[in-house]
Design a protein around this ligand. Structure first.
Ligand code: NAP
Ligand code: MG
Length: 495
């Protein structure tokens, strides 16, 4: 049964929060005793002191991961057996769904309606999906000389570090550890300092499910922990989701150390194109509002640039303004809230400064533009800017907040040119009633995902997710994700 706002507040008041790292099967304070504060962005209150992993903790975790991997107690299990344990892990995540959703909402300000329906069930689904897949895929027998048998197999890489962001903490982590564990690796998760709580909590559930000590570990801390993992000589693979800037640093760290495999899911500035022949402008406008305001706009795939044909612009903006009203921010623990708090003061100031910058460069406000305070919380109105030119700052840079830039165009060629004129290539969308136009435009959009007459659809795990250009490399989700966490081995047997 759905809980009320009062019930969630009561549960929050009773919650016991674990803040220690999880190393070699046990919760552990950092070796040097250092901690940092975890703050609820909806009211500024401290939630917990969190262990800040230092060099000694990184060493201990990597050593435990290596020993656990080399022992074969996980990698040498039959895939079916590994899958069974992972399914138990997924079931435990579901069983503790309310607690995990509450932790996530308190930690980062997401609406409880989202964490209970998307983030936590999505993470359980991901783990379960890879658990079910892993005993259903096999290698190849290569068509080599008949005097030989040529086997092509995939084996676990070894020790995988997952450095993940704060916008979907448990979900983005699961997109890494789900396939990495299924493939037989040992995984060390480094959550963002802005969002450590769910990763820390599920470590205990992983152990309860039967995942051996050292195979699933969590090292909270700031960027220095991610850096230490990226530079480590005994980590085989670094799976990263975060900003393009940090992604570049991580690629450099791998080059400076052991050339570990690096997989990068990075930022975006995704175009959402409304063509003149769009069949349902009101729906396009409603969907565009969801595309930028869902999760406070803290979305790598946010449809942060709407490109709209001049002839339908007026109608589109009228519908968009109506839709934006439905995204007015509210208390994250209230199930009626659609938009919650901005994750922290740094991000909040950054978003507000982008709005100022847009206005100072000549954009006019279509809606929003201001902060809305409740109880020291960090809330920003759903905001849209009518931009005179496609090269204005808010049209170029990833804001990662509830701020849309609207750009007007006169023909399809111009729309495609503007859409592709970005360093990013994560997602794009096009609205048209013409199936030929839909195919032609989507082929020419340089993006990892293209939506036609929708946005952000496709929660299915069987659909790959990742970027072109500086939005990264490799793909999360789908069987393709397993490619990131396995090495291809060719074995030739002379008969
Ligand atoms: P971020 O600042 O790049 O941080 C991501 C992770 O890297 C965090 O755990 C962070 O730790 C860590 N980190 C920071 N500095 C590091 C360093 N020098 N070496 C190694 N690790 C380091 O990104 P964010 O602000 O958390 O997340 C927002 C970004 O993620 C946006 O650009 C968004 O588009 C992108 N994103 C992409 C996808 C995708 O799938 N493509 C999905 C979600 C988000 P601390 O936070 O503790 O400093
Ligand atoms: Mg927090």
């Amino acid at each position: 049964m759905a809980r009320t706002h009062a019930e969630w507040k009561q549960l929050a008041a009773e919650l016991k929060i674990e803040g220690r790292a999880f190393i070699n099967g046990a919760y552990t304070a950092s070796a040097d005793g250092r901690t940092f504060e975890c703050i609820n962005p909806a009211n500024g209150q401290k939630l917990a002191d969190i262990a800040w992993a230092g060099e000694a903790d990184v060493e201990a975790a990597v050593r435990a991961a290596r020993a656990a991997f080399d022992s074969g107690k996980w990698s040498d299990l039959a895939p079916l057996a590994r899958g069974k344990i992972l399914k138990r892990f997924a079931a435990l995540i579901r069983e503790h769904g309310d607690e995990l959703a509450l932790l996530e909402t308190l930690d980062v300000g997401k609406p409880i309606g989202d964490t209970t329906s998307v983030d936590v069930p999505g993470a359980a689904y991901c783990v379960e999906w890879f658990a079910e897949a892993i005993d259903k895929i096999g290698g190849e027998v290569a068509p080599v000389d008949p005097k030989l048998v040529g086997l092509v197999t995939r084996e676990a890489i070894g020790v995988v570090a997952a450095v993940v962001p704060w916008n979907f903490p448990i979900l983005m982590a699961s997109w890494k550890f789900g396939p990495a564990l299924a493939a037989g690796n040992a995984v060390i998760v480094k959550p963002s300092e802005k969002s450590p709580l769910t990763a820390i909590r599920i470590a205990q559930l992983a152990k309860e499910a039967g995942i051996p000590d050292g195979i699933f570990q969590v090292l909270p801390g700031a960027g220095d922990v991610g850096k230490a993992l990226s530079l480590h000589m005994d980590i085989d693979c670094l799976a990263f989701t975060g900003s393009t800037g940090v992604g570049k640093l991580i690629a450099g760290y791998a080059a400076q150390s052991n050339l570990k495999r690096v997989w990068l899911e990075l930022g975006g500035k995704s175009p959402n194109i409304v063509l003149e022949d769009c069949a349902d402008i009101a729906k396009a406008a409603r969907t565009a509002a969801g595309g930028i305001f869902y999760n406070m706009g803290e979305m790598c795939t946010a449809g942060s640039r709407v490109l709209v044909h001049r002839k339908v612009k007026e109608q589109f903006l009228a519908e968009f303004k109506k839709a934006a009203d439905g995204w007015y921010p509210g208390e994250p623990l209230d199930p009626a809230t659609s938009m919650g708090a901005i994750v922290d003061k740094i991000q909040y100031d950054k978003v507000l400064s982008y709005i100022d910058k847009g206005v100072s460069e000549g954009a006019s406000l279509i809606c929003g533009g201001k902060a809305t305070h409740t109880d020291k919380g960090l809330f920003i109105e759903p905001t849209a800017l009518d931009c005179q030119r496609a090269d204005m700052t808010t049209c170029k840079e990833e804001i990662f907040g509830p701020v849309l830039s609207v750009i007007t165009f006169d023909d399809v060629e111009e729309a495609i040119r503007i859409a592709n004129d970005t360093e990013y290539g994560l997602a794009a969308a096009v609205w048209t009633a013409n199936v030929t136009t839909a195919h032609q435009v989507s082929r020419r959009l340089r993006a990892g995902t293209v939506w036609v007459n929708c946005y952000d659809e496709g929660g299915d795990m069987n659909f790959p997710f990742g970027g072109f250009k500086q939005s990264g490399n490799g793909r999360d989700k789908s069987l393709h994700a397993l490619e990131k966490y396995t090495e291809l081995k060719s074995t030739l047997i002379k008969l």
